[in-house]
Design a protein around this ligand. Structure first.
Ligand SMILES: *Cc1c(COP(=O)(O)O)cnc(C)c1O
Length: 386
């Protein structure tokens, strides 16, 4: 089979959208999260291409500010982290896939073992290698996702033929409701985790994601695993977001048109204009990961959906009508006509329009918007590591 041609990088001249990643803001957010974690260390979660921000530049920047442990979801992501950070500890959250042990060993990656079968397979790989191999153990403290039950953990820790071949570097769990500060389930999970940890004396513990790290003290243990907040997203519900925006998405205005009150705009004629309107059409759409569900219909689509907005030089402008595959429309009537023109950029999210506001308008969360961004943007990085 012929090798696929490597895609040419997309530069701004030919791009409908421009994604800017501010690595200095990322580093500032990391420092804030690391401070909240103290005396625990702060590891970085860089799964899903570092929440859409790019594994390599993100890992390089975080390494330069002192981060030495990274978490990804799957082995191929781990290999990219390993290449960018040769000395880091790299954990694979989704565990040990049945035939992946050689790959993990070859790239010096540590599985987060979440079932008895995974433990047995990692032990088998250790015996072949001739020495215990580093790993983390995942404990299900109540989320009912991945991880050992208390019964499994009790049994495993009593079996020397397994324990002697495991180099357990970390004992971890994950909270289901940490985004709601003070949720009673988090306290319950923490209690079960602390109880379970007594079976592994001396092993470092980790429970907190961004949200749990940002809550008052108590969840940090020895290591926190910071993700979304590092990228500027909202980790805690109903709390002002203290983080700096890292990702800014701008769409290029390709036309500005004048339409009349009473005209219907876009597919389905879903929104009827209530005034004469200047409409800016932007060359970004749902194929770029800007969810169609965020469309404005002029009437509320869902009971609580706030209307989606963009911003021109810091001034918010409302979205109009349905989002198309490659286009969307914004009402720029309130921007003086001589100040805005085709070719200009509209901020779709970033410092003026929080990514979580766009997500809310689409009925989802900032995580999904960031990790779903498409491949058609010109990407630029500010503040790269020296
Ligand atoms: C994704 C993930 C994190 C990071 O969560 P954020 O909410 O993005 O901070 C931490 N731990 C586990 C197990 C995860 O899957």
């Amino acid at each position: 089979m012929p090798e696929p041609m490597p895609a040419e990088p997309i530069d701004e001249r030919i791009a409908g959208g421009r994604l800017t990643i501010d690595l200095d803001a990322l580093a500032a957010n990391y420092r804030h999260l690391a401070k909240c974690a103290q005396p625990a260390t702060c590891a970085a979660v860089v799964k899903a291409d570092a929440y859409g921000c790019g594994i390599e530049p993100v890992v390089t920047k975080l390494t330069s500010v002192g981060c030495s442990t990274f978490f990804v979801a799957v082995p191929a992501e781990g290999a990219r982290v390993r290449a960018a950070a040769p000395d880091a500890n790299v954990y694979i959250l989704n565990g040990l896939f049945p035939h992946a042990a050689d790959y993990l060993i070859g790239h010096d990656l540590r599985p987060v073992l979440g079932s008895v079968v995974e433990i047995e397979n990692w032990v088998a790989a250790a015996k072949t290698a001739g020495h215990a191999l580093p790993c983390a153990l995942n404990f299900d403290s109540g989320m009912n996702r991945l991880g050992l039950t208390i019964e499994e953990l009790t049994r495993i820790t009593s079996l020397p033929h397994l324990m002697d071949h495991l180099d357990i570097q970390l004992f971890m769990t994950h909270y289901a409701c940490a985004d709601d500060a003070g949720h009673p389930r988090t306290d319950l999970q923490k209690e079960r985790f602390e109880q379970a940890a007594t079976l592994l004396p001396g092993v470092a513990c980790s429970a907190a994601n961004s949200a749990a790290d940002l809550q008052v003290a108590g969840h940090q243990f020895d290591m926190v695993r910071a993700g979304v907040a590092m990228y500027g997203g909202e980790a805690l519900n109903h709390v002002a977001n203290p983080m700096k925006a890292v990702a800014t998405l701008e769409g290029r205005i390709i036309q500005i048109r004048k339409s009349k009150a009473g005209d219907a705009v876009g597919y389905g004629g879903s929104q009827t204009l209530i005034r004469d309107t200047r409409i800016a059409y932007v060359s970004v759409g749902y194929a770029d990961g800007y969810h169609r569900a965020a469309s404005n219909m002029g009437v509320p689509m869902r009971a609580v959906a706030p209307s989606v907005r963009a911003a021109f030089k810091g001034t918010a402008v409302p979205g109009i009508g349905r989002i198309s595959m490659d286009l969307m429309a914004f009402d720029v009537t309130d921007i003086p006509e001589n100040e805005i023109a085709a070719g200009d950029w509209l901020e779709l999210f970033g410092p003026t329009i929080p990514v979580d506001d766009v997500a809310r308008a689409a009925g989802t969360i900032g995580y999904e918007l960031l990790t779903g961004l498409g491949a058609r943007f010109a990407r630029r990085y500010l503040g790269g590591a020296a």
